[in-house]
Design a protein around this ligand. Structure first.
Ligand SMILES: CC(C)(COP(=O)(O)OP(=O)(O)OC[C@H]1O[C@@H](n2cnc3c(N)ncnc32)[C@H](O)[C@@H]1OP(=O)(O)O)[C@@H](O)C(=O)NCCC(=O)NCCS
Length: 156
């Protein structure tokens, strides 16, 4: 499936992405912390700036020339050659079409082939069974459950 690609997130793409963003309740362990997302130009600028660090790569998930989500490789450690993958698609209209699966596969390819990682880790809150299913589908192995999270790892 070639309709999804990853590109490095730019400030402009980040604004386009977040203008139609919805927070997903599935990622909240404590639903008291959940609130519908409200776009703020200033907050997106702060968010984008905070991600520009050497231990992190922030990708836009692209479909038909538009950003429909973001994938991050974070806590990149070039000594141990490990990092952590996280993903969030823009809103419900783009979930459940295979795009998340495809984006995770592309991010893993980048982590292994471009960054030279030997292992990629991921975690999800326990109730997020959709994310767990997708992680396992792309090859992550379940490792453990701790403090409300399930931990996964894929080794090249
Ligand atoms: C998790 C996420 C990235 C998955 O991307 P997606 O494009 O929606 O998922 P896909 O369409 O590629 O695949 C969904 C799979 O999960 C399955 N699924 C759907 N709902 C499910 C559920 N509640 N429990 C288990 N599996 C579920 C689907 O059947 C499908 O599996 P299949 O291909 O074997 O039939 C996306 O839904 C998302 O951004 N969610 C909100 C943020 C989030 O949870 N991020 C992960 C935090 S760790």
């Amino acid at each position: 499936m070639n309709e999804i690609s990853l590109c490095m997130m730019t400030r402009d793409l980040c604004h386009i992405l977040y203008q139609d963003w919805e927070n997903d309740p599935a990622i909240y362990m404590d639903m008291n912390l959940f609130a519908p997302y409200r776009y703020s130009e200033e907050a997106v600028n702060r968010y984008f700036d905070a991600k520009q660090i050497p231990s992190r790569v922030l990708f836009a998930v692209m479909k038909d020339g538009k950003p429909i989500g973001e994938v991050q490789l974070k806590r990149i450690d070039y000594e141990s050659k490990e990092c952590v993958l996280s993903i969030h698609l823009q809103n419900d209209s783009v979930k459940g079409h295979g795009y998340g699966t495809c984006a995770e596969r592309l991010a893993l390819q980048y982590a292994f082939d471009v960054l030279g990682m030997v292992a990629v880790n991921a975690d999800t809150v326990i109730k997020n069974t959709r994310s767990q299913h997708v992680l396992e589908k792309v090859g992550f192995q379940y490792r453990k459950e701790e403090n409300g999270f399930k931990y996964y790892r894929i080794v090249r």
